[in-house]
Design a protein around this ligand. Sequence first.
Ligand code: F6R
Length: 612
Amino acid sequence: MCGIVGFNGHVQAAPILLDGLSKLEYRGYDSAGVAVRNGKNDVEIVKAKGRLKALYEKTNDGLAMAGDCGIGHTRWATHGEPSETNAHPHCSDDRNVTIVHNGIIENYLELKEMLEKAGYSFHSQTDTEVAAKLIDYYVKKYQKGPIDALSRFMLRVRGSYAIAVLFAECPDEIYAIRKDNPMVIGVKDGNTYMASDVAALLRYTRDIYYIGDNEMACMGKGEVTFYNIDQEVIEKDVTEVKWDVNAAEKNGFEHFMIKEIHEQPRAVKDTLNSVVKDGKIDFTALGLDEDHIRNFRQIYIVACGSAYHVGVAAQYVLEDMAEIPVRVEIASEFRYRHLLIPENSLVIIVSQSGETADSLAALRIAKEHGAETLAIVNVVGSTIAREADHVFYTLAGPEISVATTKAYSAQLIASYLLAIEFAKVREKITDEQYAGYLEELQTVPGKIEKILDDKERIQWFAAKYANAQDVFFLGRGIDYAVSLEGSLKLKEISYIHSEAYAAGELKHGTISLIEKGTLVISVLTQPDLYEKMISNMVEVKSRGGYLMGLTTYGNYGIEDTADFTAYIPKTDIHFTPSLAVVPLQLLGYYVSVAKGLDVDKPRNLAKSVTVE
Ligand code: F6R
């Protein structure tokens, strides 16, 4: 989604702003802009529709803009079409206030009306222009300076935002405010950097301050002061970000997505080893002790997109191993439902970014209902991680490709570990089973490597089916969870219509869509459901469908039915999603490449969905 950068220091700002924006490109955007101050001169604003390249060209790589203090933005349109007029920065007509904004101001129409009555006029369709003019209104009306105006603004608006502001009266300062949208600040060698995502700062500093909800910051050159909404100065600790800078580079791979697919063995191993010590799971860092675990009577898993698919798989594993009831819910539904959360419930929020608006809202609602909350999150210090009662960090490292792969895999591992520990504490498995599960999990990274070694077969198949119009994925039990993810991977980056069905559902309507040549991908890793899956495949075949099977080595009889088969190594039945998903990720990737599409930045999508 939108990205923000800011720089205030002793060198030219615009090239640094552009570099920061280039690190945020992966989040998805349709226009970009920068605003730079050169001492007391007026703010200079340059914007461009489309790719960042256009902004680089317009500013001669930033060199054409003088000044050492500025803000920049990549916009993903919410209010108003992608255009130069709607692109950020936005400013008051006299350039007294210039802002960039991530998020949505929900009551902007009402505020716009109020401002129009006060004599303001508007040129764009955005809520951001309203925000800029409202801040300007408060500065002029109360004459008490930026912090006063910003706190009045925060009390007046509804919605979510991270905003960076340049005030004409403060040429050497940048101000920032945030609510429900991330914003971080780094200080190094007399320079101060700001961004909505740590990835944009890593090149300059690893020492980061997180601005909290309803807090403000004033960035000077090489210094920063934080305020709460009551305008009191607050102290903050620096957090050291341990992510490897190279992790945000392609390192010789053609796309981030294929690089991240190859990083899965490492992501799985690191996540596993972060809590498994001497053959035992240690959740001390999560603050989850045995009494806690014993007490829970119900688990909810709440998330969006692929993270929700992790929840669907985790439900099978937790219920089967730990015999505890689990409900999996889409966060945007959970948050608006009449919730009947029983006592002693644990609500698990799964999120790579830790900033997804619906997942964050679900977390807060769960807490309001008295549930204990656990976040499975990848981004350290993200809002969901900070607000949950317990955090299980996945160690996937920065994920740049919009389509998630390694974070999904790391989330699966986190959910298996929870299931194993819950099962042990609740005495549903023996010590031998416990040891056996952990031993088997250690083999998963190697087995993923093995699948990756055979990727050319999938590449060949993908090239053959790149022109498919509709694709169906079928699975039963935990294989259905994998089908959901395989289908999403394909459609989001290849723009091929695809759907996943619980195989038994096919006959209840969808089978009428199968015609000669329709590609149907069946996932069948569960021995108990194998025969039933084969029957479903035969039904499809007899209607002309073209069948791809995805099963474990040894099930060679499938070749009597399937037209093409991908095999994965055998593992414990609960852990098969970690292996079965890999050929499906590869399929989505290679189809997208064969179609010549923008694999890492698919149209209309954003990496972190911070608005509803
Ligand atoms: C799909 C994908 C999305 C995310 C979803 C949740 O490849 O990446 O479906 O899984 O937007 O995002 P997080 O995990 O950041 O909450």
